[in-house]
Ligand binder design. Structure first.
Ligand SMILES: [Zn+2]
Length: 233
């Protein structure tokens, strides 16, 4: 009976669809792990915070070295005995005082900058550790997902073979009707008739329809929902 074959096809198609849907979910999960993504964002953020502190500290360090070098040069000059003019000596002393002040300020700023570097480095280390944890968890989860994916692919291959076998029992025009009904009927193109009524929409069929379904020589549509009616043996 051809309508029985359509029912078998429908069962395969529904299972196939479920499997394909889960497969797509797994692919999406594998491509996009929210925990890892968030942990990575925190690492990126920590890096973005650290970089300017680090370069500021580096610049202050270089500037401090330069000013210290200048001070040293002036100091050497002061104690060398080369400068004898009192006005010139006074100027040199002023310059050294000013350099000393500058060194003090730079040292303070450098200390602040280094503290910020230390804090942001610590934050970055925490974020990186959290990322590693998230990656390990994802790896574990992925192992399960990958195994499930493999299982699903095998099931889909089996179902596809079964579908091909089921198609042999179906007349091409009936298959065409079935395929065109599927998307319109939430993938359920076939409905079982019981006690002269459609089990999906509940509409009672006429004697004429009932007879035709019983004979099973051609496809008979439910008077209510328009699905292919079959009678279960
Ligand atoms: Zn119906």
């Amino acid at each position: 009976m051809s309508s029985q074959a359509e029912d078998a096809l429908q069962k395969i198609d529904i299972t196939l669809q479920k499997n394909r849907k889960r497969l797509a979910e797994i692919d999406a999960l594998l491509a996009n792990n929210e925990q890892v993504k968030q942990a990575q964002q925190r690492v990126d953020h920590a890096n973005t915070t650290l970089t300017p502190h680090r370069s500021k500290a580096k610049n202050l360090e270089l500037e401090l070295q330069t000013v210290q070098q200048k001070y040293k040069t002036s100091e050497d000059r002061l104690y060398s005995g080369v400068v004898k003019n009192p006005k010139e000596l006074q100027d040199l002393q002023h310059e050294m005082d000013s350099l000393k002040n500058r060194i003090g300020t730079l040292e303070e700023n450098l200390l602040e900058a280094m503290l910020l570097v230390e804090e942001s480095t610590e934050a970055l280390n925490h974020a990186e550790a959290a990322l590693q944890t998230a990656l390990r968890a994802s790896e574990q989860q992925n192992r399960e997902l990958v195994a499930e994916k493999k299982q699903l692919s095998q099931t889909i291959t089996t179902l596809t073979t079964q579908r091909e076998a089921a198609l042999i029992g179906i007349a091409p025009e009936n298959l065409k009707t079935y395929e065109s009904l599927r998307p319109k009927k939430a993938n359920q193109a076939v409905a079982v008739m019981r006690n002269c009524s459609c089990t999906l929409c509940g509409i009672e069929q006429t004697k004429f329809v009932e007879e035709a379904v019983r004979k099973g020589k051609e496809l008979v549509m439910c008077l209510g929902c328009g699905r292919i009616l079959i009678e279960m043996a």
